[in-house]
Design a protein. Sequence first.
Length: 557
Amino acid sequence: MKFPYVLAVPLLLLSLAPAPAAQAKSSFTKPFMGWSSWSVESSTRSGYGKNWLTETNIRNAADALATKLKSAGYTYLNIDAGWNATFDWTFHSDANGIPNPDSGRFPSGIGPLVSYVHGKGLKIGLYGAAGLEKEAYDKAAPIIGTSCTARDIAVQPLTPTNKWGGNWKIDYAEPCAQAYIDSIAARYASWGIDFVKIDGVEAANVPDIKAWSQAIDRTGRQMWLSASAWPVELAAGDGLRPWASGVRIDTDIECYCDTTATWANSVDDRFADLPDWLSKLDPPGYFPDLDAMPINNNTGSGLQDGLNDVERQTVMTFWSMASSPLYVGGDVYFMDDKAISILSNPEVIAVDQASVLPIQVNGQVWKKVVGDSTYAAVYNLGSSPADITVDFADLGISGRPAVRDVVARTDLGAFTGRWTAAAVPAHGSRLIKISAVGSGTGFEAEAGALSGPARVSGCPACSGGRKVGYLGNGGSVTISGVPGGGSRTVRFTYVSGDPRPADISVNGGAPVRVDFASTGSWNSVGVKDVTLTLPNATNSITIGGSAYAPDIDRIDL
């Protein structure tokens, strides 16, 4: 969200014992799925806006989420800004500077609401902002478990912080600063909170996210920690990686108008902005957050999405290819059947939950390798229908693979060399799964026998998400069981940030020196076809050499 306001942040009523050192952030292997309130709060449509945020409406949203989407995996119900603000948007906190729920909005408090949401089989999240709430500073709120007040932990001279400058910068060299954040997280844990969004994050706010991450760890309760802004600046990406579960990489999806969003404001920004972030991200554990999905309601009463059904499907496809959290915006109470169908497609959801980053092949085609299959998504960002061709060689695929339409859940047959998505409508997309026909023609390098310093490491761009590196200079990998019977073309899929040679031998024989070109970076893959004589029914291929060799992803015949 991008609404400048002053936020107060929450705490446990008991005194805090000295906290053990935090070891690591809460670990999440898959992006979360659910719903967020901000798209409704930001709308200018009659009946919505900031005053919509009430206990009654949140309970209704929980009922609708549980009924319509929980079975597909959507379980997080995240309350955004305003839960601790009056209807005139005045934020408040308790005597210790802990944000407390507004009694006008949430007369039962947060604890009973959490129990209600958990009783539906759902999880619940709350919103905060980076830095020290000015209201807590002004009243010198005592920090629980310490002899300090909020005034003792502010940088002096007072320095505004976060993207709208709404809070004071915290001095984390002061031990009471971490104690303050610890107490906030402890309050959240006592309520049973499952998700925390910290908004307004800039590079200067990395210490705030670190403090929140450590505080959450100390509670012993797993909570997703979202570093958010509109967007978080790229310069913060590396610093946030050890601490945040996800990072908002783009501007708000909402148009701040009478619909949730429009294509130009601001769905289409994501296609240009995601590529810049790919080298910063590290799923599973540090996911790209593309913001709420405007896939909710295009019919009847209630807030409308502002997108047509073609555009809504493109949102679902792009978010899933990115392994972004899948959370819906809009009034879920009025969700239409088409939205439920788009959001509940198990094959598309599986692409998202694979927790693998995509690679942009060109302006219209993206790929994502999951296990032995490659997913390709095509996007028509133009204003008229277009044919879009996927060249398999660009994806590192040879032979005649099988192609499946993931959205339609229909097998399309086997294709040689390429596949064309015909007449993709404006702002439309297609998502296909490409799999080898038959078996025994492809071999993952990590399944081979390693020698010397060779080792397996993660590789988001690689088949199966792993590769073998530290080859050459005594390191080698031997892949066995390769069928032969004569001269064969062997395709090596590899990663190399610079040109490198490799010595390749068959069945322990004399090696052949092969030169591999740079793939452009150590985050992208390339292919090299090599003709080898494979004399036996089954053979072994060894890759190594005296010089540093490229990292190997897999080989295919």
